[in-house]
Design a protein around this ligand. Structure first.
Ligand code: FES
Length: 164
């Protein structure tokens, strides 16, 4: 069992808020992701059992949402938007800069297990392009200088035992 009793309770509680239990699938995926840091087939099975819906439906829903990684990732999941507005304002160069700075390619995790870089579709913050999401926070109007500051801040936060 990967889900904690607390997560199971929260998923059950979420299910009570909707007339259709299927509507609780997205909240359930979010709860599981926030606890575990990624999703996989075992987690879909556990959510399916809690919600009493077929596991395939959970997996199908999860496949729509790129913000849920499907394998273990670093402490900080850097999701860089590469859609049109961000692309026009330098997303590719930003991704290349991050890859060079962190020494890993998109889809990979740094050896210290701190950072994973992924590309994602539009995160709905096009007016502040280029942007990225790290864990639950948005970082917008990015420049190389700002990326340097963000990475340094996260490194020191991690050294100090900071947030997940
Ligand atoms: S195009 Fe990047 S947030 Fe919309």
């Amino acid at each position: 069992m990967m889900l904690t009793a607390e997560s199971v309770d929260r998923i059950r509680e979420a299910a009570t808020k909707y007339p259709q239990v299927r509507s609780a699938i997205l909240p359930a995926l979010t709860i599981a992701y926030r606890q575990i840091g990624h999703l996989n087939e075992d987690i879909y099975d556990e959510i399916a059992e809690v919600l009493s819906v077929p596991s395939g439906e959970i997996a199908e829903a999860a496949s729509f949402y790129t913000m849920f990684p499907k394998k273990p990732v670093g402490k900080y999941l850097i999701q860089v938007c590469h859609n049109i507005s961000c692309a026009l304002l330098g997303a590719e160069s930003l991704i290349a800069y991050l890859e060079q700075k962190l020494g890993v390619q998109v889809g990979e995790t740094t050896p210290d297990n701190l950072f994973t870089i992924v590309r994602v579709e539009c995160l709905g913050s096009c007016a502040t392009a280029p942007m990225m999401q790290i864990n639950h926070d948005y970082y917008e109007n990015l420049t190389r200088k700002r990326v340097d500051a963000i990475i340094e801040q996260l490194r020191s936060e991690s050294r100090a035992g900071g947030k997940q």
